[in-house]
Ligand binder design. Structure first.
Ligand code: ZN
Ligand code: ZN
Length: 263
């Protein structure tokens, strides 16, 4: 390597100060020499202080034209593993940087992932990129075609959990909104749009195994997950349970436990 053409003696001096782990790709390469108060390593070369991070990056990638800020995917300031360093201009930079602003909950399958960064009309944005689209494509490795939008099954625009995303047309989104408004005006706070038949249909699908999570029930009924949870928790529509035996009801409730275990 040594793409930066540092002298052999400088290279020796540098690498003698680096603890290389067994798993050289995934684990951090610890700088054991002098560190600045920020924790970033530093080495003197020809009387000039050079950051250990920059040295390592240049060693493998060639000299940088100007000083740059690195993003460390490992968050370890003393690490000089080039696999953990990324430039802001890197095409994959955003994949890593967004995580600083996402609160991933303990129950990351069922609960919302809150975005704490910039929002527009309540939707999460990073540098003018709508995150629901970005994260959907990242997770499902599928480009969203033109005219298709990402909808939230949780009704929480600031949520960026791919588990709560559903593709649809802009018209679906308008319909979602209208349904919610109509429901809110109705007698049962948004419950009015659901009918017993649809709920029973979906719960029967849980019993025969074709629906396996609260999200799937929510998708099937086209309603927010929180309402399904309220029904299962007997906070709403208590009469639904009456159509089932205790065993059946327990089986239906077990989908909540299944999701919690899958961590
Ligand atoms: Zn590292
Ligand atoms: Zn959500």
């Amino acid at each position: 390597m040594n793409k930066a053409n540092y002298s052999q003696s400088v290279c020796n001096r540098f690498w003698n100060k680096v603890k290389i782990p067994k798993d050289i790709v995934n684990d951090c390469w610890e700088w054991t020499g002098y560190k600045k108060p920020t924790g970033v390593g530093e080495i003197k070369i020809n009387g000039k202080n050079v950051s250990a991070t920059t040295f390592s990056y240049e060693y493998y990638n060639g000299k940088l034209l100007k000083s740059v800020k690195f993003y460390r995917t490992c968050k370890n300031m003393a690490c000089v593993n080039p696999n953990h360093l990324m430039l802001k201009s890197d095409s994959r930079y955003m994949e890593y940087a967004i995580w600083d602003n996402i609160i991933v909950p303990e129950d990351y399958i069922n609960d919302c992932w809150e975005w704490t960064g910039t929002k527009k009309s309540g939707y999460a944005y990073y540098n003018e990129v709508r995150l629901s689209t970005f994260i959907y494509e990242l997770y499902y490795k599928e480009k969203i075609s033109e005219g298709i939008v990402v909808r939230h099954t949780c009704d929480n625009r600031g949520c960026v959990s791919p588990n709560h995303f559903l593709l649809g047309t802009p018209q679906d989104n308008v319909d979602d909104r209208e349904k919610r408004n109509r429901g809110a005006k109705g007698q049962n706070h948004g419950m009015a749009i659901l009918n017993d038949e649809l709920i029973h249909e979906s719960l029967n699908k849980v019993l025969n195994g074709s629906l396996k999570s609260i999200n799937q029930i929510a998708d099937y009924c086209d309603i927010s997950r929180s309402i399904i949870e309220k029904i299962l928790n007997q906070k709403h529509w208590k009469h639904i349970k009456l159509s089932y035996t205790d065993d059946e009801w327990n089986q239906i409730l077990s989908i909540r436990r299944v999701m919690h275990k899958r961590k």
